[in-house]
Design a protein around this ligand. Structure first.
Ligand code: HEM
Length: 206
């Protein structure tokens, strides 16, 4: 059976090593905070104004300003900047108090975003990809949705000032691969299977 990474590579046309070439350079240092904020603002302006109602409706329960902040904090942290994304969730952890994890396994019904303690553990271990699947569980992340998301992101990258071509290529490869990784995760959900635990994720990487 194909792993999620293999499916992501096949469907996106991006080999895994190209997807993670975002780690070759510190893109946060290169581009700076404002560029990331501008990129996510640009992206979500397009999403919330999308003429395609089916796509716009996926975001109907999210406030645009929150969605923008969630996205740029994630990108900044993932691309070499300060851990803004984790810090905000760690704060939520403290507010909720500590809870016990179920071993090392994350059950789908206990998705990490609905449990900030699990999120914290996963984020510290840098298991971004499986964790993102958990966050996208409520949404229909289909092939069609991935293509539309990527269309808006390509346009946002092209029209945000100060993003050089090399950074754009690296980021777009990461986005393409991740988008189809999420589609593969969505298909698992539909087959009523479990989100991979960290051991499965390690196997995926091999
Ligand atoms: C959040 C949909 C791809 C990263 C969301 C949200 C929706 C969504 C509806 C909730 C908005 C919010 O409240 O923040 C989709 C769809 C995708 C897609 C349909 C198509 C494939 C991606 C990709 C990435 C990504 C490729 C990363 C490269 C995130 C992050 C959040 C988010 C970091 C915020 C999570 C949080 O704050 O809890 N997405 N997404 N998404 N998405 Fe996606």
């Amino acid at each position: 059976m194909q792993s999620l990474q293999q499916k992501a590579s096949e469907w996106s046309g991006v080999p895994t090593e190209d997807a993670f070439s975002i780690d070759d350079t510190n893109l946060f240092q290169k581009l700076g905070l404002d560029t990331f904020i501008n990129l996510s603002t640009n992206f979500y302006n397009r999403v919330y104004d999308d003429e395609e109602e089916w796509f716009r409706s996926i975001f109907a329960n999210s406030e645009k300003e929150n969605a923008i902040q969630n996205q740029y904090e994630f990108f900044i942290q993932r691309m070499g900047g300060p851990p803004l994304f984790s810090q905000r969730r760690e704060k939520a952890c403290k507010e909720m108090g500590d809870a016990e994890l179920d071993g090392d396994h994350v059950k789908p019904e206990n998705s990490f975003y609905s449990n900030p303690v699990i999120f914290k553990r996963l984020s510290l271990e840098k298991l971004w990809h499986p964790a993102l699947i958990g966050r996208h569980r409520p949404f229909p992340v289909t092939h069609q949705a991935a293509a539309r998301w990527l269309h808006h992101m390509q346009q946002a990258l092209d029209s945000t000032p100060d993003i050089d071509d090399d950074s754009k290529t690296k980021m777009m490869n990461f986005f393409r691969h991740t988008a189809y990784f999420l589609v593969a995760g969505d298909e698992l959900k539909n087959q009523n299977q479990q989100i991979p635990c960290k051991h499965a994720a390690k196997r995926d990487d091999s």
